[in-house]
Design a protein around this ligand. Structure first.
Ligand code: MN
Length: 235
């Protein structure tokens, strides 16, 4: 057994609907501009190839069912944006260096959850302008709220689900999962060309139009039909 110079950080764990065991998080991948109307609001258009960025696994903020969880307002920003997203949770069966074909991709999905890709938009825009990495805009602490994961078999109709986000009771984002430019299977296939997907990986699949800023005291309620909704309050 390996001895460590200090205790390793515990594995990040997300609850699973109907199970006592949790989902252990390995990596967090995110897809950029994956709904046409959002791509347009960010100044782009069309079906450009999907692009990816990452958040650290411990950016996860677990949002338990039925609770309103505190979302700390992060440092350095004056423009904290919400991005409601479908999250895909990868299960067992992938192997080293394996490129996954689109036709087989869904068989590697353990389940799905509602998530938020919180973004320090001012810092992201600054980095974009300077051609620098987005990490400081996207990968900060608590930047990846996620609700309980529903096993895939429990949500057979997910590809026709509605996705929405309310802020202080008012609708801010609303679309259908069917509007994804790169659907779940295509996204998995594309990702697997670049990285070996592994059990415990989470994929934030992109956000529909309507991204905007939140302030301290705001309440966010995210939902995707068939999945456990999430609620947070910005601190
Ligand atoms: Mn996003």
């Amino acid at each position: 057994m390996t001895a460590y110079v200090f205790n390793p950080t515990p594995t990040v764990a997300v609850p699973v609907v109907g199970r006592s065991e949790c989902f252990p998080v390995h990596r967090i991948y995110c897809v950029g501009r994956n709904y046409a109307e959002h791509a347009q609001e960010m100044g782009h258009s069309g079906r450009e190839p999907p692009f990816f960025f990452m958040k650290p696994a411990d950016a996860v903020l677990v949002v338990d069912a039925g609770l309103t969880v505190a979302l700390p307002y992060p440092s350095l920003t004056h423009n904290l944006h919400h991005e409601i997203e479908l999250v895909v949770a990868i299960g067992e069966g992938t192997s080293d260096g394996q490129a996954i074909p689109v036709e087989q991709a869904l068989s590697y999905v353990f389940g799905y959850a509602v998530g938020l890709d919180m973004t320090r938009r001012d810092l992201q825009n600054e980095m974009k302008q300077q051609g620098r990495p987005w990490c400081i805009g996207k990968g900060f602490d608590h930047s990846a709220p996620i609700g309980p994961i529903s096993p895939a078999a429990a949500v057979p109709d997910l590809m026709h689900a509605e996705i929405s986000l309310m802020v202080n009771g008012k609708l801010r984002q609303q679309s259908q999962i069917s509007q994804l430019i790169w659907n779940v299977a295509e996204t998995i296939a594309q990702l697997s060309n670049a990285w070996t997907l592994q059990p415990g990986d989470l994929i934030y699949t992109g956000t529909p139009a309507g991204v905007a800023a939140v302030a301290s005291g705001d309440t966010l309620e995210g939902s995707i039909s068939g999945l456990t909704p999430i609620a947070l309050q910005v601190q």
